[in-house]
Structure formats: C-alpha cells, structure tokens
Ligand binder design. Structure first.
Ligand code: NAP
Length: 279
C-alpha cells in the first residue's frame, strides 16, 4: 500500500491570507450515487481539499462524505463553482444557495466562476456578486476558472479585487506559460484541472522514465512536476488504489533536469474547450 501523508498536506498561501492544500481531489464525472463513498474514501486516504461544482451534480454526495467523516469541518477545504447559465447577480445568488443546500454547509472555502463565458458578458457582474458573498462571510475565498488574461484584467481593473486562484486546464501537454506569468505578476495561484491530461500521461515514455527513476509512475511524476512549479493540482479518480497513488507524491523530488525534460513536453495539447468558445 502507498505511504501517504494523513491530515498534514503541504499548503500554498492565497492572496487573501488563507491557504489551500497543494493537491486536492477533483470530482468531475464522479457519479452522484457514488460520490459519498468515493469522496469518503479520498478523505480517509488523506485528501483535505475537494473540488466540485454545481454543474457536476454530485455536491450532495460531497457534503454527505464530509459529514460522515471523522474530520472537523475546518480540516477540509471545499471548492464549488457557479455554472455559465447562472451568471449575473440574481442567478449567482440562487446558484450559491443551491450549492450550499446541496453540500449542507453554512460556510464555503472557495467559490469559483466556472467559465468566463464572455459571449454572455456577465462575468464582471458575477464577480461583483462574489465580492458581496465574501463580505457576507459565507464564502471565505473567491476565485475564477478558465479565465484568460483579458478576463482577469477586466475584473481586477473594475473591482480592485484579485481572484485568489484561476483553475485552468494544465498538464505537461498544455503548460499555459503566458497565463502562469500573468498569475505570478498579480499574486494569483495557478490551479491545474485535467492535471494528468485525463489519463493521457500514463503511457508517456518521458514521464514513465522519470517516474521510474524515483520508483513512481508517470502520473505521480506529472503531479510532482506541477507541485514543484507551485501549481495546485486536483486529479480525479473513481478507484481507491489510484486515489491513494495520486496523493503519494510528497516523498520525492524531481531534479532540475527532470523538470526541464517535462517542461519540454509542452505541445498545445488542450483536451477541453478553449474559454473563448464556452458560453
Ligand atoms: N474548471 C473546469 O472547467 C474543470 C474542467 C475539468 C475538470 N475540472 C476539475 O479538475 C479535476 C481533474 O480533472 P479531470 O477529472 O478532467 O482529469 P484528470 O484528473 O487529468 O484525469 C482523470 C482521468 O484519469 C484517470 N486516472 C486518475 N488517476 C489515475 C492513475 N493514477 N492512473 C491511471 N489513470 C488515472 C481517471 O480514471 P478513473 O476515474 O477511472 O481512475 C480519469 O479517467 C476534475 O475532477 C474537476 O474537479 C475542472
């Protein structure tokens, strides 16, 4: 069995004075009727951060797993997101209330705008509503997902409030360097979705070789590469052995040459839609 840290995962500071574990559990496509069991397994194994969304239709299971765990609420970082069709003040408030009811929580750690959906021209109003929600105390931190520099620039200029993080598609085949540089300049943490390219890294010879040199898999080498770049990563799996293996990345270190070899795999390999095309 893998040797994973329990309860004491390394964290990264956010620009609002809070922090988030450097590795969390993503639950996109975790079936609603299995979410409580699978998230419960992740919490038992040692995950302390769960990434869900209204649009994943499994928030109820996530909430159930949190309630049924032996952990204090404060030990678990919970992220959810507002879907594109719920942007704008009124619908955003409605979506937030629905998520809180689904999750059974009275305070959320992190709320994200799921996509900018620029064609709807509502992401700024949605961001202003997020600021209200944060001021109400029911949401601790606010951030965005799939935002490009122009969208980030727009909300920052209009409100002066900088998102704590931007959750974007990122893995060895889509390294998002320009966006990461923008984040670094503004104190925004980069969070990787699809961090193992939806499983595509498994058979990569470079990643397999680097992993093997440390007694690890290609997936573990990939997650470690993200962590060493200061990127928060949120791999998903439905399987207990993989859930455990994906967390077992804190007991080895990639060398500068190994980091450079993975950096060289960048190939514009997007697996999901471009943010400009999602409305
Ligand atoms: N903000 C957004 O727009 C957005 C979009 C997509 C995803 N996300 C978030 O990011 C999270 C992660 O992204 P993702 O789920 O799309 O992709 P991912 O984590 O890159 O890959 C998940 C896939 O890899 C497989 N897998 C996981 N661990 C493995 C291992 N150790 N060995 C071999 N295969 C493994 C999983 O299969 P099994 O489940 O069968 O093990 C699943 O098919 C999501 O769950 C969600 O929370 C956000």
């Amino acid at each position: 069995m893998t040797d994973v840290p329990t309860g004491d995962l390394p964290r990264i500071d956010l620009n609002d004075g809070t922090s988030i574990p450097r590795l969390g559990f993503g639950v996109f496509k975790v079936p609603a009727d299995e979410a409580a069991r699978i998230v419960g397994e992740a919490l038992r194994i040692g995950y302390r951060s769960i990434d869900t969304a209204w649009g994943y239709f499994n928030e109820e299971g996530v909430g159930q797993a949190i309630r049924e765990s032996d952990l204090d609420r404060d030990e678990i970082h919970v992220t959810t997101k507002v879907w594109n069709s719920y942007q704008g003040r009124k619908k955003t408030l409605e979506s937030f209330e629905t998520s809180m009811t689904n999750l059974g929580l009275d305070r959320l750690d992190l709320l994200l705008i799921h996509w900018p959906a620029p064609g709807n021209d509502l992401y700024l109003e949605t961001w202003e509503t997020f600021i209200e929600l944060r001021e109400s105390g029911r949401v601790t931190s606010i951030g965005v997902s799939n935002f490009e520099p122009e969208h980030l620039g727009h909300i920052i200029e209009a409100t002066g409030v900088i998102p704590v993080l931007n959750q974007i598609e990122l893995h060895p085949y889509l390294q998002q360097r320009q966006l990461r540089t923008f984040h670094d300049l503004h104190g925004i943490v980069t969070e990787a979705w699809g961090p193992i390219a939806r499983g595509k890294v498994v058979d990569d010879p470079v990643l397999r070789g680097i992993g093997a040199a440390h007694g690890k898999s290609a997936v573990q080498a990939t997650l470690r590469w993200e962590i060493q770049h200061g990127i928060v990563t949120i791999p998903k799996s439905d399987h207990a052995d993989r859930i455990a293996a994906n967390l077992d990345v804190f007991d080895f270190e990639l060398s500068a040459d190994e980091m450079a070899a993975i950096d060289a795999l960048d190939s514009d390999g997007r697996t999901g839609p471009h943010p400009a095309d999602m409305n």
